[in-house]
Structures are given as structure tokens and as C-alpha cells.
Design a binder for this molecule. Structure first.
Ligand SMILES: [Zn+2]
Length: 83
């Protein structure tokens, strides 16, 4: 079964594989434990991203987020919500 990127991102968040390192007004940096290793992800306030994964090396600096960057985004949205 092949997961879509949003499905994979949601799974990574549910499995708590996202570790947010730092957030400021410019960008959020995080580590995401993916299926094939640990990925360093930067998610910019502009909506663009940078990730060291295969998708990221092709699509970096666009808003076409890889699963890892999407997971960081989801994790941040979850964190902002009151419990
Ligand atoms: Zn990635």
C-alpha cells in the first residue's frame, strides 16, 4: 500500500516522530524520524520548506511540501491547540 504524503505526514505525527527544535518568526527547524532515517527539516514562515529527503532535494524552496515538512506543519498546528 502506498501512502499519500498527507497520510504519511499524519502517521508521523501520530507516532510522535516529529521533534521541533526551534521556532521563530522566520522558520521552524525540526527533526523527523522517517522510514529511512532521520531528516532535518526547515519550514519557513513563507510556506516554503527545506528537507534533506529525496523529494526535498527536488522540491526544496517550493511550497510543495514533502511528508516530513507536512508532518512538522501538522505537529505545530496540534501544539498550538489547547488540550
Ligand atoms: Zn522530507
Amino acid at each position: 500500500m502506498t501512502e499519500t504524503r498527507p497520510e504519511k505526514a499524519q502517521r508521523l505525527v501520530d507516532e510522535e516522530q516529529v521533534e521541533i527544535v526551534e521556532t521563530d518568526s522566520f522558520a521552524t527547524s525540526a527533526f523527523v524520524q522517517g522510514d529511512n532515517g532521520l531528516y532535518a527539516v526547515l519550514l519557513f514562515a513563507s510556506g516554503r520548506f527545506n528537507c534533506i529527503c529525496k523529494w526535498g532535494t527536488i522540491h526544496w524552496n517550493t511550497d510543495d511540501l514533502c511528508a516530513h515538512a507536512l508532518a512538522v506543519k501538522l505537529a505545530m498546528e496540534r501544539k498550538d491547540k489547547p488540550c
